[in-house]
Design a binder for this molecule. Structure first.
Ligand SMILES: Cc1cc2nc3c(=O)[nH]c(=O)nc-3n(C[C@H](O)[C@H](O)[C@H](O)COP(=O)(O)OP(=O)(O)OC[C@H]3O[C@@H](n4cnc5c(N)ncnc54)[C@H](O)[C@@H]3O)c2cc1C
Length: 301
């Protein structure tokens, strides 16, 4: 279910939301409606082999030729692209007056000539979620497929990522809760030294810390989501929630394995899978290090 959750989150918060927030009415009718009716998934291609955390280092280019943009470049680890009718990609479309790259977003139908999608990655976790390489070789899209204000492309996708972080945090809370539930149930069944291991304070303290952190992570997700829903600034709170919840999910999954002992190391008990899935949440949509940078920036550092 975590893979499904990730694909769903990527479709809604990365694939659909930029079109929802920044698209024209025509773009919404054409590209957003099939996503919202469930006819297709959606994808957002930001990451490149040489531009990960440093998304401003995008090397993909989009050059206006007549009424079309010609896009060339490569995107890496893009969720859902094989199952999407369109993928929104970022590309350098020009230079600002200071000579800095202008990065814009383009809606690219996945059946466009010159676009190749490969999904050969062997992942550590969330294997049910589709992850793709995208190669753009002289891909031509009508100039109407430019998404939003071309000069604010970078700001627009930072806004998109801020929102996506809340859904990653929510996924993390789900994994942490599942790990906790399994660990608690196991601790009440497993007997050692004539007692269930839930009688041992060392195990109780682990469970207490897990429960407390999950409660806090859940409240952080609710707060960030509430701020966003109420159109208040939420970038800092989304980063708090993503950072804390993903690290909570990793810690909780790790402790769940520990509480299971050797059984936790066996696939049969599933808690090892929680750990593999949780690890992604500390990396995707901005690593933990990048969340700390976002928070520090919001603090005025
Ligand atoms: C399964 C999966 C699905 C994904 N789906 C998508 C998707 O749908 N769309 C998309 O665009 N991308 C997607 N990604 C890419 C993901 O967002 C990137 O992997 C992530 O942003 C990190 O980039 P990177 O892997 O290039 O790591 P790098 O940026 O190379 O970072 C390597 C390490 O250096 C650290 N680091 C980098 N810069 C700094 C700094 N300034 N200060 C401190 N530390 C720093 C990082 O935190 C990390 O620990 C996906 C990735 C995976 C694994």
């Amino acid at each position: 279910m975590r893979g499904t959750g990730l694909s769903y989150a990527a479709a809604v918060s990365l694939g659909a939301s930029p079109i929802y927030y920044f698209g024209t009415e025509e773009q919404k009718q054409k590209y957003l409606v099939p996503i919202t009716t469930g006819e297709t998934l959606a994808a957002f291609g930001l990451t490149e082999p040489n531009a990960g955390s440093d998304a401003g280092g995008t090397r993909t280019t989009a050059v206006l030729e007549g009424d079309e943009y010609v896009i060339n470049g490569e995107k890496t680890w893009i969720t859902n692209a094989s199952y999407s009718r369109t993928v929104t990609v970022t590309a350098v479309s020009g230079k600002d007056p200071k000579g800095k790259n202008i990065i814009s977003a383009f809606i690219v139908p996945t059946n466009t000539q010159g676009l190749t999608i490969n999904s050969n990655y062997e992942k550590m976790g969330v294997r049910a979620s589709n992850t793709c390489e995208i190669i753009l070789d002289n891909v031509r899209v009508p100039k109407e497929n430019l998404l939003g204000d071309p000069d604010k492309g970078f700001k627009q996708f930072l806004f998109t990522l801020d929102g996506g972080r809340i859904s990653i945090a929510a996924l993390a809370v789900g994994i942490a809760q599942a790990a906790f539930d399994r660990a608690l149930a196991f601790s009440k069944e497993r007997i050692q030294f004539g007692k269930t291991i839930s009688n041992f304070q060392a195990i109780q303290f682990k469970l207490a810390d897990m429960a407390m952190e999950i409660e806090l992570a859940r409240n952080m997700v609710y707060k960030a989501a509430w701020l966003k829903d109420n159109k208040k600034p939420f970038a800092k709170e989304a980063a708090y929630a993503k950072l804390f919840a993903s690290e909570t999910a990793f810690r909780a999954s790790n402790q769940a394995i520990q509480i299971h002992g050797g059984s936790g190391y066996m696939r049969e008990y599933e808690v090892e899978r929680y750990l593999r899935d949780a690890k992604l949440l500390e990396i995707g949509e901005g690593t933990s290090e990048i969340q700390r940078l976002v928070i520090a920036r919001q603090l005025g550092c």
